[in-house]
Design a protein around this ligand. Sequence first.
Ligand code: ADP
Ligand code: MG
Length: 231
Amino acid sequence: TEEVLRRSEKLSVVGQLAAGVAHEVRNPLTTLRGFVQLMKKNGQLAPAYIDVMLSELDRINFIVSEFLVFAKPQASRFQRANIHEIMRGIIMLLDSEANISNVQFTTRFDNEIPEMKCEVNQLKQVFVNIIKNGIEAMPEGGELDIDLSYTPSTGIIIRITDHGFGISEDNLSRLGEPFFTTKEEGNGLGLMVCYQIIANHRGTMSFQSKKGIGTQVEIRLPVIQDVPPTG
Ligand code: ADP
Ligand code: MG
C-alpha cells in the first residue's frame, strides 16, 4: 500500500502544483493591479513603479513557464545539439550575475563530448537553475566549478560544484519536492523541474553535499542519437 500511495502522490504532483502556481501568481497580480489603479488615478506612473511591474510580470512568466514543463511534456522538441555550446551560452548569460555576487566560474570542458539529441531550452533551464542555486549558496562569493566530460560507458557527465553553505541531510532528501525551499525569495520549483527534464532525457541527477563545505550536483546524460524518448 505504501508503494501505491507513493505512486498516487506522484500522479497528483501536477494537481498540487496547479494550486501552488495559482497562489504564487496571485501575489504579483495583486501588486500589478495596485499599480494600474494608481496609474488610472494619476494618469501616469513613476518609472520605479514601472520597473516593479516589469519584474512582477517576469515573475509570473517564470512561474507559468516552469509549470508548463509539467503540464505540457508532449510539446517537446528534441534536436541535435552540443552540450559544450549550451553551457558556454549559459555561462555568458549568468556571468554578470555571478560577478555581482563575487562568484567566479571555473570550467573544465572535455573536448570529446559528442552531440546529442536533446531539448535545448529545457537543458538550458536545468543548467541555469543549478548554477543559480550554486551562486545563491555562496553569499560571500567564491568559485563555482563547472566540469563537462564524456566516456562511452558513462555518457555525458556534468558536475557543478559550489563551495557554499551546503545542504543538511534532512533537506537532501527533500530536494525536488514541489515548493520545498529554504530561501526567503525562493519558490522551490527549480529542482523539481530539473529532475523532470533530466528524466525526460533518460538521465540522472544526484547531489552530494556537506554543511559548510559545499555541494556537488552531478548530471548524467546518455547520448541519445535517434528516437526521442516519449512520456
Ligand atoms: P529555490 O532555489 O527557489 O529555493 P530549488 O528547487 O532550486 O528552489 O532548491 C530548493 C532548495 O534546495 C533550496 O531552497 C536550498 O535549500 C536547496 N539547495 C539547492 N541547491 C543548493 C546548493 N547548491 N547549495 C545549498 N542548498 C541548495
Ligand atoms: Mg533554485
